[in-house]
Design a protein. Structure first.
Ligand code: APR
Length: 236
């Protein structure tokens, strides 16, 4: 890895939370906690069966309270605290484990479990409860209009302009625990390379876009990420 690195963009996916006990999306059976993705993670699914979709995300939100950040989340928070240059952690994860570990320079491109989007007033509010029983919007108080603030398939990820700008300005792009199956995140490595960044991947299995990276490290995020953070902080 080059020594003249100032700006870093890190992309994380479900693999970074796997060792905390949060299920990844693409199991060997192609199902996500027993559901086909199209049945729970599309606007069409929500229109067809809102109760099923609400209960699915309610269960995932409840599960969040039982899990803790792991060594990979903690190492990334340490890097955030000590890195003197620009740093942006872009997570595809809807859990809150990066912020609970202490990361500050962070954005959730696929939304957050602990956020509710009111389709009546269009406001987003912190939300920690159960949506299936027609909770009132914390902002406008109307009932029955909340949806999980999650970016579903067919919807536009959040803050793409900010991400593209950070990719164009970074010297190092690091991808951790993501299968590289879902765009636009899967294309970030190519954008970063186009603008001249070094690229590093850390994943349990080679991702679909592994060949795009200058370097691929294979293993568990909880082992690889603390070692990489120690390595990069040694060089500053
Ligand atoms: N350490 C590192 N990598 C791991 C670990 C681990 N302990 N456990 C699993 N992995 C890897 C898997 O090998 C896989 O390549 O993490 C990856 C997880 O892939 P996915 O389940 O496809 O998750 P992700 O890439 O985050 O999915 C992207 O798809 O369903 C949508 O919007 C959803 O944000 C999600 C997006």
């Amino acid at each position: 890895m080059q020594r003249d690195i100032q700006n870093i963009v890190i992309l994380t996916g479900a693999g970074v939370s796997a060792e905390s006990g949060v299920a990844t999306f693409r199991g060997p059976d192609g199902l996500w906690e027993g559901h086909r993705v199209e049945d729970v993670a599309t606007p069409e699914a929500f229109a067809r069966d809102p109760d099923l979709v609400q209960k699915f995300y309610d269960a995932r939100r409840a599960k969040l309270r039982t899990v803790e950040p792991n060594a990979a989340h903690r190492a990334l928070a340490k890097l955030d605290a000590h890195w003197p240059g620009d740093l942006l952690l872009v997570t595809q994860n809807v859990d809150d484990l990066h912020e609970r570990a202490g990361s500050k320079r962070l954005l959730h491109m696929h939304g957050e479990l602990n956020s509710a989007w009111c389709l009546a007033c269009d406001e987003r509010s912190r939300f920690d409860g159960v949506m299936a029983d027609d909770q009132a919007c914390p902002h406008c108080q109307q009932s029955g209009h909340l949806r999980p603030d999650i970016v579903w398939f067919g919807e536009m990820p959040y803050q793409m302009e900010r991400i593209e700008l950070a990719l164009a300005q970074c010297d190092l792009f690091v991808s951790i625990g993501t299968s590289g199956a879902v765009y636009p995140a899967a294309g970030f490595v190519q954008s970063a390379r186009h603008y001249g960044a070094q690229t590093l991947e850390m994943n349990l299995d080679p991702s679909e876009g592994s060949f795009h990276f200058h370097e691929s490290r294979k293993g568990r995020a909880g082992d690889l990420v603390p070692d990489w953070v120690a390595e990069i902080l040694r060089d500053i």
